[in-house]
Design a protein around this ligand. Structure first.
Ligand SMILES: Cc1ncc(COP(=O)(O)O)c(C=O)c1O
Length: 409
């Protein structure tokens, strides 16, 4: 583990999934941007919930329900502390980033967005931060503007600033690009959006796993992320929203838990955060997510960032040294995600051959077709790195790419 922090030395042992072989080979898991592997402590927390306190929350008077409710609400407080939100009720549990962004598109959309109002996104967004705004555009007659990216894969900041005007109601952009690895200057972009009078949503799906996302320091109005990308379970995610905005927004899903009283004539709604949490929550997921964020805090972002930077540098050097490998995007600041092409080999074919060598990468458009269109390619191969990757993974990746080149002649 060249150049890595000693805190992470035994880290692979904590991820049971890495104990297996794939097609008889050591597993080099290079697809953490799609979903991160889960450490044993998270799996144990979920198991503990189902074995010791499996019950519904908030409504039961019995022992198990009280225990489950306490664990669920403790997880919410862990999320609050992790994001440094001012209030625990600013943390809404959702099913993931996609769900969180759709919630804002619906509720904030109803509150603030009318015909001719503008929403600004960037060209590097994941489909989850494009399509909800297109749906809102169809409902409301709003205008969707897109700030372009440069050929390096950075947001064109001049164009971004020029797109802001008095009609801009919301600016929604990613903290880290899932297709290119670009790290956006979130606080600066948020300040520019606020100066134009717009609210700001940060898609932190790729941000929370790799860097501190302090919502007060960044001064964002909304922040969305998914549990599964930050070592937590699938099916759970978070929407952070500033209290004032959340209080003003109408609920968009009706059902249990989000009400105070119901008659056929009139329903009154529960207080935050429950207004936006209709129905039985993913209780085990929230508890697992809380444990995952504790795990990140125990290691510390400083150690994670140092380790990932070292792995990224290794991978960069190794890939550039292979003749026929073309990197897609060379942003000024990036996290551990590299998109690339090898000779004329289709990324799907490459991914299949790499899989036979025990190397898991992603091949496709990465739910970012506009990014692919920008670079004039239908798809790329993508290697993404996490704290459990090491130099052996990079060696295995390089050898597997060379094997693919041999096969394709
Ligand atoms: C930047 C970004 N935004 C949003 C999403 C959507 O996340 P989810 O599918 O967990 O809702 C992803 C997932 O890849 C992503 O990378």
């Amino acid at each position: 583990m060249n150049g890595t922090d000693t805190t992470l030395l035994d880290i692979r042992d904590r991820f049971p999934c890495l104990e297996q072989q794939v097609h008889g080979k050591r597993l080099a898991y290079l697809d953490s941007a799609a979903t991160a592997l889960k450490p044993a402590c998270v799996i144990d927390a979920v198991t503990q919930h189902y074995t010791q306190e499996s019950a519904n929350i908030h409504r039961g008077v019995h022992h198990l329900s009280e225990k489950a409710t306490a664990s669920f609400e403790a997880a919410r407080e862990t999320v609050r502390a992790h994001l440094n939100a001012a209030h625990t009720h600013e943390i809404i549990f959702t099913s993931g980033t996609t769900d969180s962004i759709n919630l804002v598109a619906q509720a904030f959309g109803q509150l603030e967005i009318g015909k001719g109002d503008e929403i600004l996104i960037t060209e590097m967004e994941h489909h989850s931060n494009i399509v909800p705004w297109q749906l809102l555009r169809e409902r409301s007659g709003a205008v969707l503007r897109v700030a372009p990216i440069s050929d390096d894969g950075d947001v064109d900041r001049e164009a971004f600033r020029a797109s802001l005007n008095e009609r801009t109601k919301l600016v929604a952009f990613t903290a880290v690009s899932n297709a290119l690895g670009t790290v956006n200057p979130v606080a600066e972009m948020a300040a520019e959006a606020h100066a134009a009078g717009a609210s700001v949503l940060v898609d932190a799906a790729q941000g929370v796993p790799v860097q501190p996302m302090d919502v007060q320091a960044l001064d964002c109005d909304f922040l969305a992320f998914s549990g599964h990308k930050v070592f937590g379970p699938t099916g759970i995610g978070v929407l952070y929203g500033k209290e004032g905005l959340l209080e003003a927004m109408p609920p968009v899903k009706g059902g249990g838990d989000m009400i105070l009283s119901v008659t056929f004539e009139k329903t009154t709604y529960n207080a935050l955060p429950y207004t936006f949490e209709a129905g039985t929550a993913h209780i085990a997921g929230a508890i697992g997510l809380g444990r995952a964020l504790e795990f990140v805090s125990e290691l510390g972002y400083a150690a994670i960032e140092t380790h990932e930077a070292a792995i990224l540098a290794d991978a960069f050097e190794a890939l550039q040294a292979i003749e026929g490998v073309r990197l897609v995007g060379t942003p000024s600041r990036r996290k551990g995600i590299i998109s690339f092409l090898v000779d004329e080999i289709h990324p799907h074919d490459l991914g299949t051959i790499l899989d036979q060598e025990g190397v898991a990468i992603r091949a496709g458009h990465h739910c970012a077709q506009p990014v692919m269109a920008h670079f004039g390619v239908p798809a790329t191969a993508r290697a993404s790195f996490s704290l459990y990757n090491n130099h052996d993974d990079i060696d295995q990746l390089v050898a597997a790419i060379q094997k693919a080149q041999e096969i394709f002649g």
